[in-house]
Design a protein around this ligand. Structure first.
Ligand SMILES: C[S@@+](CC[C@H](N)C(=O)[O-])C[C@H]1O[C@@H](n2cnc3c(N)ncnc32)[C@H](O)[C@@H]1O
Length: 268
């Protein structure tokens, strides 16, 4: 569970898109995968809970040709999102809490959550709400699309040093995906899981700057002392290993789609 100051992403709005951008090819494959599996009509409604800067929802809603309603508790993230909206599209962005959604039941054909459930005190409350908000044949998709910086040498060195102080880096995404799948399948929902792999070319020094600037929310839970000690160790280690920070590295990127539907149409 995060405290509310971390959950509201005002603190990240100015660097969020730069640090979280996934490669275009992975984005395109994600959209194609959704389009192949979702029966949706132009003008249908997509709700994204915790839309942030619209990193995923804006391109996806445009390609699926659906109306987009995005909510977020961060006004600053929504400001970034507004700048990306095509004025010819139906998009409505609202500051609201996913745990107290201002909508009536049965009105969305598609609901998205992406990298938001782990920030909530009770993720299942949102899942329960979603089941009411969806139309009879509506879909719920949890999307996790990220570049796996944690697999790079600088992050490994940094976390190894932190682990000496008792810190353990826990990847919550996998757990949450499993938990919501169990929760909804027990209630009779059908699901389809899909993993798409990609990669992103990065300059090593940019990854080190991400660590230095604590751009990931879990890093904010690390005390300043431990962060500085681990950062110092990281710089020393990079020098000892003669690692050239101007070097380009290929970082794995992944898109996980978990698509849920209450009713699956049978062929006859
Ligand atoms: C990690 S960002 C993900 C943004 C976007 N979904 C994406 O994948 O790029 C999490 C977003 O959820 C928002 N958020 C956190 N708690 C929320 C809540 N209770 N209701 C609505 N939005 C919330 C944050 O402000 C932030 O913009």
């Amino acid at each position: 569970m995060m405290d509310s100051s971390n959950a509201c992403f005002d603190w990240a709005s100015h660097f969020y898109d730069y640090t979280r951008a996934i490669p275009d090819e992975l984005m395109n494959q994600t959209i194609v995968a959704l389009r192949e599996r979702i029966e949706i009509c132009p003008g249908d409604k997509l709700l994204d809970i915790g839309i942030g800067t619209g990193r995923l929802a804006i391109p996806i809603s445009e390609k699926l040709n659906v109306d987009l309603i995005g909510i977020d508790i961060s006004e600053k993230m929504l400001q970034k999102c507004r700048k990306k909206v095509n004025p010819l599209k139906n998009v409505c962005l609202i500051v609201a809490d996913g745990l107290a959604l201002p909508f009536t039941n049965n009105q969305f054909n598609l609901v998205f959550t992406s990298h938001v459930l782990h920030l909530l005190s009770d993720p299942f409350q949102i899942i329960r709400n979603i089941t009411h908000l969806l139309t009879k044949n509506g879909y719920y998709a949890n999307l996790d699309a990220y570049v796996n910086y944690h697999k790079t040498i600088p992050f490994k060195i940094y976390y190894n040093k932190l682990s000496e102080s008792g810190y353990r880096h826990i990847v919550r995404g996998n757990l949450i995906r499993q938990e919501i799948t169990i929760f909804l399948s027990k209630r009779g929902w059908f699901y389809h899981k899909l993993k798409i792999n990609g990669q992103k070319e990065m300059i090593l020094n940019d990854i080190v700057k991400f660590i230095r600037d604590r751009v990931f929310s879990h890093q904010r839970a690390i005390t300043e002392d431990f962060h500085q000690q681990s950062l110092k160790f990281l710089y020393q280690e990079l020098e000892t290993r003669s690692i050239d920070l101007s070097e380009k590295v290929i970082v794995p990127a992944t898109s996980h789609i978990t698509l849920f539907q209450r009713h699956v149409k049978t062929s006859n």
